[in-house]
Every structure is written in structure tokens, then in C-alpha cells.
Design a protein around this ligand. Structure first.
Ligand SMILES: [Zn+2]
Length: 168
């Protein structure tokens, strides 16, 4: 069982710190699925509604469903612990056996709830992207860039890479 931590920091925080947060790739990790079909993964929402999680889940398409985790399906739990302003906006803790994801805990930092709603939404989308198996886009041209950088929607390339991961 591996535990992989991935973080996204606010662009401003990264600029102030003068450095980007460490990045990690999750390429090669996927949910169990039938080739050519999306996995069945439920996103259990434990947020207070300030992170546009419902919208973020829908934006990734049919691989993610909002609802309680259940046996026989993948499970992503999203919580909002207060981790202080120096901590990342969001972090994904991905559990895997071999290359198969067995569960993901996403933590959205309650201490960042003063961030603009657009930033919070991107943080949720970004972490869900990791939870589906996407790594960082080091070109910064999308929401999978290592920091929140003003992109507010998933781009065609990101959708294509995700579909490719699942053979769709
Ligand atoms: Zn990230």
C-alpha cells in the first residue's frame, strides 16, 4: 500500500515563498476499470460547500459520481481540515496497490477559505484530477499545473490525457 501526497499551493503563496511546491507525478496509477470504460468512483463530500465540489466532480465527466462510498466501487473522501495559511490549498493522499488506486483522501485547506471562489474551485478540480490518475502539467497551461495560476476550467488536453489513461 503506497501513500502518495500531492499538493497544490495558491499562486500567491508560491510567489511569496519564491519557489514552487514540490510536485509528484501519479502517472501510471489508475482505478480498477474495464479498458474503454470509465471506472466507477464515488466522491464522498465532507466539505462545507465552499469549494464548489459538486461542480468540480461533474466537470471531470462520468468517471466520478457524487455520493456515499460503497463496496465494489472506488472511493474518494474530501474533507476540509484547517491546516494554516502556509500549508497547500489542497492535498491528495493516494493509496495504491501496485498501479491500482485503492482509495484517495483529498484535503482542502479550510484555512484558505478566504481565497477567491474561483481558486477554491480550481483546487477541488485539480485534486480530483490527481485522484483520477493525472499528474502535473509543468507547462502551467491548465488546472493540472503545479500551482493555481488563473486557469478556471479543465482543458481539452487534460480531458484527452485522462481519457487515454482509461483507454477511452
Ligand atoms: Zn497537484
Amino acid at each position: 500500500m503506497k501513500r502518495i501526497a500531492i499538493a497544490i499551493a495558491a499562486a500567491l503563496a508560491a510567489l511569496l515563498a519564491g519557489a514552487h511546491p514540490a510536485s509528484a507525478s501519479v502517472e501510471g496509477y489508475t482505478w480498477k476499470h474495464v479498458a474503454g470504460h470509465w471506472p466507477v468512483v464515488y466522491v464522498e463530500n465532507h466539505t462545507d460547500g465552499r469549494w464548489s465540489l459538486t461542480e468540480a466532480v461533474k466537470s471531470w465527466g462520468p468517471g466520478l459520481r457524487l455520493g456515499s462510498c460503497r463496496a465494489g466501487a472506488g472511493c474518494i473522501r474530501v474533507t476540509t481540515p484547517a491546516r494554516g495559511n502556509a500549508a497547500p490549498l489542497g492535498q491528495s493522499f493516494i493509496y495504491a496497490t501496485g498501479s491500482t488506486i485503492t482509495g484517495v483522501d483529498i484535503q482542502l485547506n479550510r484555512s484558505d477559505e478566504a481565497q477567491p471562489v474561483s481558486v477554491r474551485k480550481v483546487a477541488a478540480q485539480h485534486e480530483l484530477g490527481h485522484a483520477l490518475g493525472l499528474g502535473h502539467d509543468t507547462s502551467y497551461r491548465g488546472i493540472m499545473g503545479p500551482v493555481a495560476w488563473g486557469y478556471d476550467s479543465i482543458n481539452t488536453y487534460e480531458r484527452k490525457v485522462l481519457a487515454g489513461i482509461y483507454g477511452i
